[in-house]
Design a protein around this ligand. Structure first.
Ligand code: DAK
Length: 258
């Protein structure tokens, strides 16, 4: 597929995807979401890639779904065509981790896309919000659900009802982002963290990601049970022996992903 709205690159074992529609602050039009879906699925299948980074520009991660594209659509059309559902789930479905490196605006669908990733590193200038209420609609890509799980009911309710933006400091305080990075260091730091993840044993990375996600969807008892079973399963991998032997022999492990 020819990419016109994103840039795709590989740095060591990291797949880097940059949203690139600068004139529209990376508004997430259908063509961009098709390309993003294609790029994520390709990296997810690529044996040379262990982790992905999704980023935007210094001014905007993404200012939301493309309002100009949505403005003329009718209820019948969005309902019948299951409006933009097909190409919006790739980040949430990927098995390999995706780090969102967010600078500038992450609004509406942009905030939702960042929340579909596995964790968010925020530049000091990052701004998060669900302003759909100002357009006479509500979040449509999981914002009311994921934001509530990240930051709790009170703040999610305020954000969704007023459309106000939160800055990086507030986003870190309430657990929406894992860390704040100086603006100029954001991408390098995200790539560095991603490469560290890519160097781990892939089966461990995939199962750790799955287990944390299970915590969102089950009760504690079932979640701990699930974790116990996949913990046991990792003893079937060569990488378990390699990781533990390397520790005992005081050397770095060489994982084979087997
Ligand atoms: N859509 C289309 N164009 C956008 C845009 C957007 N979301 N955001 C910005 N742009 C365009 C502007 O129209 C402008 O284009 P020109 O007028 O120059 O042609 C250009 O980007 C620069 O924007 P501004 O001139 O407005 O720049 P400022 O620095 O003054 O303001 C801003 C930046 C981010 C505060 C402002 O642009 C803004 O408020 N943007 C809209 C933010 C917003 O309301 N976002 C939520 C959109 S609704 C679903 C999945 C997802 C969704 C729904 C359903 N399903 C799976 C069913 C998501 C919905 C949304 O995200």
């Amino acid at each position: 597929m020819k990419y016109e709205n994103i840039l795709v690159d590989q740095r060591d074992n990291v797949g880097l995807i940059t949203l690139h529609r600068p004139k529209a602050l990376n508004a997430l039009c259908a063509a961009l979401m098709d390309e993003l879906t294609h790029a994520i699925e390709k990296f997810d299948k690529d044996d040379g890639i262990g982790c992905m980074v999704l980023t935007g520009s210094e001014k905007a991660f993404a200012a939301g779904a493309d309002i100009k594209e949505m403005s003329d659509k009718t209820y019948i059309e969005v309902m019948r065509d299951d409006f933009i559902t097909a190409n919006w789930e790739a980040a949430a479905k990927a098995r390999k981790p995706i780090i969102a490196a967010v600078a500038g605006y992450a609004l509406g669908g942009g905030c939702e896309l960042a929340m579909m990733c596995d964790f968010i590193l925020a530049a000091e200038n990052a701004k998060f919000g669900q302003p759909e209420i100002n357009l006479g609609v509500i979040p449509g890509a999981g914002g009311t659900q994921r934001l509530t799980r990240f930051v709790g009911k009170s703040k999610a309710m305020e954000m969704c009802l007023t459309g106000r933006m939160m800055d990086a400091q507030e986003a870190e305080r309430c657990g929406l982002v894992s860390r704040i990075i100086a603006d100029e260091d954001l991408l390098d730091e995200a790539l560095d963290v991603a490469q560290k993840i890519a160097e781990k044993s892939l089966p461990s990375v995939l199962t750790a990601k799955e287990c944390v996600n299970v915590a969102y969807e089950t009760g504690l008892k079932e979640g701990v049970h699930y974790e116990r079973r996949v913990f046991h399963a990792l003893f079937a991998f060569d990488d378990k022996a390699e990781g533990m032997n390397a520790f005992i022999e005081k050397r770095q492990p060489k994982f084979s992903d087997k």
